[in-house]
Design a protein around this ligand. Structure first.
Ligand code: GLN
Length: 310
């Protein structure tokens, strides 16, 4: 079946109503104090099909910080800039650990498990700074404006400052990795860029638009080539195997799409050649993934009866 055979708008509406029963089952992230201010009842679900038709329900124009979903885009930038060299600096294996676990790094001499845990994304930030110098953050912003098609996207300065003031674990990742020689630049500079990447404000619709190129073999919703088809295939595979921390097995089983989550409660992903999808709901489950977001995506691929592998 093709997505156009379904009444997608109605499916999204049914899902958004059904998942309300899970409100209160998760909790809003509070280790970054500003995130705790999010309205736990917010919910948005957006799907853009390959014909660029936007189907959307809920609070889809409310801004939230992109958090770890930014790691998909910094990985794309890094692959565009240094290609396979990325894999000399990190692996691409599911970590089986929380996104902020130090354990793997000690066992693997400062080589992060994959680009989608914090340690890996901090090394990505280092790669971008080596390649782009003080233009790393402006280039990220440019990239995000290009893939979303929204020239107004901005870094939320309050969230950035808050992450800087409270990101103790992330600083320890930086210093620990540097002790193994796997960070080339000044640790504070690298973390500064990493925190800004996480602090980009975005709406659910713009997040969905930003995932369009991953569904569309590297060409964005505005018709611009963002990366190669080869990189797209690989980024999607890494999302599938590493995009939801130590819950990837559960996501592969219940959702079956390449997706990436973040602690603000956003999840973005795609079904290649069919649709891009994003969901936002701030209450997280115990693994740090959006509680309602997970349930909504599970319902979506059940109702559309198609997932990544079949
Ligand atoms: N900015 C957050 C952090 O570094 C991102 C984590 C996440 O979204 N999982 O802790």
């Amino acid at each position: 079946m093709d997505i156009n055979d379904y009444d997608v708008k109605n499916i999204l509406k049914l899902i958004s109503e059904d998942v309300q029963k899970y409100v209160g089952r998760g909790s809003v992230a509070s280790y970054i104090p500003l995130l705790a201010k999010a309205n736990p009842k917010s919910f948005a679900l957006t799907l853009i099909d390959k014909n660029m038709e936007i189907h959307t329900v809920g609070d889809d124009c409310t801004e939230f910080s992109i958090q770890s979903v930014s790691k998909v885009f910094t990985l794309t930038m890094a692959l565009n800039l240094v290609d396979e060299e990325v894999w000399g600096r990190m692996d691409r294996e599911p970590s089986g650990k929380a996104f902020d676990s130090l354990v793997h790094l000690e066992e693997h001499n400062g080589i992060p498990a994959n680009p989608f845990v914090n340690s890996g994304a901090i090394v990505l930030a280092d790669i971008l700074i080596t390649a782009l110098g003080d233009q790393a953050v402006p280039e990220f912003l440019k990239f995000m404006r290009k893939v979303s098609g929204n020239p107004e996207l901005k870094i939320n300065q309050e969230v950035y400052q808050c992450e800087k003031d409270t990101g103790f674990k992330n600083y320890s990742f930086g210093h620990y990795i540097k002790s193994y020689g796997n960070i080339e630049n000044d640790v504070d500079l690298v973390l500064d860029a990493y925190f800004q990447f996480c602090s980009l404000d975005i709406t659910n619709i713009d997040l969905c638009r930003s995932f369009y190129f991953l569904m569309n073999q590297g060409v964005s919703i505005l018709g611009e080539r963002v990366t190669t088809h080869r990189h797209c295939k690989r980024i999607n595979s890494i999302m599938f195997t590493c995009g939801t921390y130590d819950e990837v097995g559960e996501f592969a089983y219940t959702v079956g799409l390449p997706v990436k989550s973040g602690v603000s409660g956003a999840i973005g992903g795609c079904l290649p050649d069919q649709y891009a999808v994003s969901v936002w709901s701030p209450e997280l489950n115990k693994k740090g993934n959006s509680f309602l977001g997970h349930k909504a995506l599970e319902a979506l691929t059940t109702m559309l009866d198609k997932s990544y592998l079949s």
